[in-house]
Design a protein around this ligand. Structure first.
Ligand SMILES: [Zn+2]
Length: 93
């Protein structure tokens, strides 16, 4: 199942938690970030968000989606599995 998310960044005013902050699209905290660059999309896992944010660099081979996770802060409202295995649709440990 995919959930609609709001991705804020890069160039956040406060980057203490990373270059990007992610909330669900309907989270009340989105209002606090209204001055930041916002990108919306529907995602099924956290790793999918990272793949999307860093797609250019991942395609270049200069980083992986796992590397990119370090620069993304997922707010508690985002209740998605870390990753979904395509062949069995379950969450790896
Ligand atoms: Zn939130």
């Amino acid at each position: 199942m995919k959930i609609k998310l709001a991705i804020f960044g890069a160039n956040l005013r406060d980057q203490s938690k990373g270059q990007f902050i992610v909330h669900t699209a309907d989270c009340a905290d989105c209002a606090k970030l209204r001055h930041e660059t916002r990108h919306s999309g529907e995602y099924a896992s956290l790793l999918e968000v990272s793949k999307d944010i860093w797609s250019d660099m991942i395609n270049e081979g200069s980083m992986t989606a796992e590397d990119g996770m370090q620069e993304i802060h997922f707010a508690p409202c985002v209740k998605l599995p870390y990753a979904i295995l395509a062949h069995q649709n379950t969450v790896p440990k």
